[in-house]
Design a protein around this ligand. Structure first.
Ligand code: PLP
Length: 500
């Protein structure tokens, strides 16, 4: 490691492990084994004779030959290269990277939960079905909706399910319609979803405070419009204030209101989308309700609906018989069909229920703490970083790099420099309506002390951007690798090792 350019004023400067670790193939030496079997005490069978020589491989070419501890050390070392919520603050805006309470893991691993098979008879699955039923009831209470499906595996999958429900409902009325309206402050998955569900996307421009322009909306809701997809709080981290009026405008023209509820961490226990006029919404259990997030899943994106969409929910639908037993009903004539095998990602659903039950009504406190943390950070960084939209922040705050840009320092540079201070970067360059965005979401997991360290780091980087911009522009300086070719990594990934 060369010079350490970290400011000495900063209390926390946790270093990334920097040991080099080659490929496991490079550790290989012929004849090494990770195990040893006792000598045979019976005559050896002739595998070639039993199987036929053509079925017998002589070994796997270039297969690494290593000892047990070499395997263990190799993967343990690699695991230390990852950043994780268990290592430090992960303020990735729009992602809600919160602490996953360990009790969730304990519950999900219990016998009778972890070991059940989804194909076993329903009479033997009553306990698991009860877990699903209770989770449905909790989520309906939190959202204020009438019915729900737990099947979708992620937020975007929930969006697609929601739009297919809208399409099925409108088709039943005789016309599926053509367009879905999406504000420019919506999450990027929304337009992608609308297109996959067979709709044209029409953009709605936000007014200067980042709210939907109601006058424009009235003009845009034509008989062609199937729905509006509203991200609330929007990707600016601010609450859309006119939802009941927006719902009325849509309903008057026979269109529906979809709410992207992935940001429910700002609302749970405080307000209910169902009470505001929302017809259909998804939740991200892997955000608001903990469950492991990051590293690609698994997740869960339940979709909650008002009564009018209930007949179209994916099968099987969980139903309660008069005697209290639960059943999975696969025969519903108007259903859009299955969107996921069995009943969804059961292990994730169990974890989310454990989280909800552990909090109980205290879920409101979690929400309030998340909002307080975001606003605490906002208050201490306002003036240091440009704040393009000034309405009150909810669970995240969006700054821009306008001040630092004057010295040639961009949001990406600041994010990379943040790594040197021991934090995972915030979300860069999103939402798109804020050029050079810094999108910061601390979640309720972080203590005041941790928020203070983050604020200190950000202020220090702002100072460096003025006094020594090169330092920031060439960050990170303390990691194993410096700036990677991110475009190259996405376009030409090298996923397989081949011998030279
Ligand atoms: C994360 C997110 C999504 C997408 O959820 P996935 O589980 O990643 O598919 C959609 N909308 C918003 C607002 C989000 O934050």
């Amino acid at each position: 490691m060369k010079d350490n350019p970290l400011s000495q004023k900063i209390k926390k400067a946790s270093r990334h492990t920097s040991q080099e670790e080659g490929l496991i193939f490079e550790k290989s030496s012929p004849g090494k084994r990770g195990f040893e079997l006792p000598p045979l005490d019976v005559p050896a069978a002739d595998a070639a004779k039993l199987l036929g020589a053509q079925h017998r491989a002589q070994g796997v070419e270039h297969f690494p030959e290593v000892s047990e501890i070499e395997v263990l050390r190799h993967f343990t070392r690699l695991s230390t290269w990852n950043f994780a919520i268990d290592l430090g603050m992960y303020p990735l805006g729009s992602c809600t990277m919160k602490y996953n309470p360990r009790v969730n893991e304990f519950v999900a691993r219990l016998d009778g939960i972890a070991t059940e098979h989804p194909a076993q008879p329903q009479s033997l699955s009553q306990g698991c079905l009860k877990i699903l039923r209770l989770l449905e009831k909790c989520l309906l209470e939190i959202t204020g909706m009438d019915a729900i499906t737990l099947q979708p595996a992620a937020g975007a999958h929930g969006e697609m399910t929601g739009l297919l429900l809208i399409r099925a409902y409108l088709e039943k009325q005789g016309n599926a319609r053509k367009k879905v309206l999406i504000p420019d402050s919506a999450h990027g998955t929304n337009p992608a979803t609308a297109v996959i569900a067979g709709y044209e996307v029409e953009n709605i421009k936000s007014e200067s405070h980042g709210q939907i322009d109601i006058a424009r909306l009235r003009e845009q809701v034509t008989p062609d419009v199937a729905a509006l997809m509203l991200t609330n709080p929007s990707t600016l981290g601010i609450f859309e204030q006119n939802i009941p009026e927006i719902a009325e405008i849509l309903h008057a023209k026979g269109a529906l209101l979809y709410m992207d509820g992935a940001n429910m961490n700002a609302l749970a226990g405080v307000t209910r989308p169902g009470d505001l006029g929302v017809d259909v919404m998804h939740l991200n259990l892997h955000k608001t309700f903990s469950t492991p997030h990051g590293g690609g899943g698994p997740g869960a994106g339940p979709v909650a609906v008002k009564k009018l969409l209930e007949p179209y929910l994916p099968v099987p639908v969980l139903t309660e018989k008069p005697d209290g037993t639960l059943a999975l009903d696969a025969h519903r004539k108007d259903s859009i069909g299955r969107v996921r095998a069995f009943t969804g990602n059961f292990g994730v659903l169990v974890r989310a229920l454990a989280y909800i039950l552990a909090y109980g009504p205290g879920i409101r406190q979690a929400t309030e703490d998340a909002v307080v943390n975001a606003n605490y950070i906002r208050k201490h960084l306002e003036g240091v970083f440009d704040l393009p939209y000034s309405l009150p922040s909810m669970h995240e705050v969006v700054f821009s790099d306008a001040k630092q840009k004057k010295n040639g320092v961009s949001t990406m540079d600041i994010a990379k420099r943040l790594i040197d201070y021991g934090f995972h970067p915030y979300t860069t360059a999103f939402p798109l309506i804020v050029p050079g965005a810094l999108m910061i979401e601390p979640t309720e997991s972080e203590s005041k002390e941790e928020c203070d360290l983050f604020i200190e780091a950000m202020r220090s980087i702002a100072e460096e951007s003025a006094t020594n911009p090169e330092l920031v522009k060439t960050a990170p300086h303390t990691t194993r690798v410096r700036r990677l070719d991110e475009v190259g990594a996405a376009r030409k990934p090298v996923l397989r090792w081949k011998p030279a």
